[in-house]
Design a protein around this ligand. Sequence first.
Ligand SMILES: [Ca+2]
Ligand SMILES: [Ca+2]
Ligand SMILES: [Ca+2]
Length: 412
Amino acid sequence: MSNTEQGANLPGNRAILLRGGRMAKHKGQIASYAPSPGRVLSSVSTTALGAAISLAGRHGISASNRGTDLSVESTGTVTGSRHVKFASNRGTGNLTVDVGDAISTNDGYGIHARNYGSGILSVSLSGSFEVGSEDGIETLTNAGNLSVIELRQSASVLSASDEAITNNEGVSQVGLAAGSAFSGAVLLYDGRDALMIEGGADISAATVFDGGGATRDTLTFSAFTGTLGGTLSTNWESLTADNGSTLNLDNTAAGFGLVTAQNGPNEIAMGSGLNLGGELQIDATSNFLASHADMGNVAISGDTFNDGLIRLADGQSGDRVTVGGDLSGSGSVTLDVDFASGTNDRIIVSGDSAGARQRLHVRIASGHESTLQNTTLAVVSGKRTASDFRLADGDFVANSGKLRSTQTHMRF
Ligand SMILES: [Ca+2]
Ligand SMILES: [Ca+2]
Ligand SMILES: [Ca+2]
């Protein structure tokens, strides 16, 4: 076949568009490759053919390149008894794999893409994707080089091997768009890896999100509402609730590193007895709910920056939030005070609060303000100044290691 032929019909009504390079049917598969520098494969595409097509073979599509960029695109059904799509780029440029429709395989990988060059490896997927014994999508680059993997709206990956998406020691950026779904694991191994999960992505069948061994892996939720257990995520150094997300952390055993809420309104809720192992950063648009609707203690091991709202007020007094490091920021803390029982919520800072500007909002859980009593709302062990805490509706703050206030100095 010539290296410029388009829409070639192969036996079994298989069709492929090839620009450059050489295409052949070999051992039941459609194989495209560039055997010499003068015949460089740059693009394999079924997209321009219009009507739905079906490609099947040992590898549904196999493409390798020794030139610069390589692009592999398909619409219509592609199946393979081994890899559905095998793409290898030994050129200097980018490798792009774009799947527009359903693909499936009984064995091997769904998409096995290797970029030996320094360019970007991109894999985009639409449609359903059922995979046999190996990974759904595997991208391989040299260490330090980037893979971008995107599950677009309506894309789904179902892998019998439990490994839906994997990357090697390279850098990766993985996105699960609204309307996408997958089952199994995301395993990103070494290298700086990033996973973004949008609201509307179905992660109910996920088994684990594993950022791998590097120290700057980031897990981000955007406009997402749901529960994230610590057992579902591991090896992340950063967890972010972004763009209007509501995250309920019901298990922190695996750790999340730096936890951030930004570009809200966001809400991060954490149950009683849980400990965030890293730092916490709450921006002015976001809330952190501690022991919400529960009685007990919540701890943050690292420094805490609060420009937004830390909520202990939930109608039950006696909750504690403990900051293991320093407290900073110009946010608010809401606390229940039960004048009838003499109990109240409290924020405890093991480090410093000097320079913070936190407003304390007191909510009466029961009793009434005619009862005169001392109420310790905040305790600081480290450096502190008189202006670190201020009653939002009051006029009395003492700087004696404890902040004390009486109802006579509060205006509710
Ligand atoms: Ca990686
Ligand atoms: Ca890591
Ligand atoms: Ca409370």
